[in-house]
Ligand binder design. Structure first.
Ligand code: TYC
Length: 100
């Protein structure tokens, strides 16, 4: 209409996009104590002591290992929690995320 020429018309959307998933990885180093890595895996990634031990030893032996796969914001929060804990305790532990 003459009074409504610039009105926005929103196309109804029903399709919900599935969120992209991100793999969170721990990197090995020579200085971070094994026990610290195990505690981080239990606390940040909700692993059992046994699963945390398995992942820590995998990273220790292979250089890198997966802690879990999450939507972007969840992955980002976990990386931040690990890096904050490492910095606070003066460990060089590195944690990164990559699109799956
Ligand atoms: N390599 C370390 C050590 O011998 C242990 C370690 C494991 C460090 C996993 C980091 O992501 C890591 N103390």
């Amino acid at each position: 209409g003459s009074k409504n020429d610039t009105a926005t018309i929103t196309k109804p959307k029903t399709k919900s996009k599935r969120p992209s998933l991100y793999r969170v990885l721990l990197l090995n180093d020579d200085y971070t104590p094994m026990e610290f890595v195990v505690l981080v895996l239990q606390d940040v990634f909700n692993k059992t002591r046994e699963e945390a031990m398995r992942i820590m030893l995998h990273v220790h032996n292979q250089g890198v290992g997966e802690c879990g796969v999450y939507p972007f914001e969840v992955a980002e929060t976990k990386v931040t929690r690990v890096m904050d804990a490492a910095r606070k305790n003066q460990h060089p532990l590195q944690c990164v995320m990559e699109k799956q």
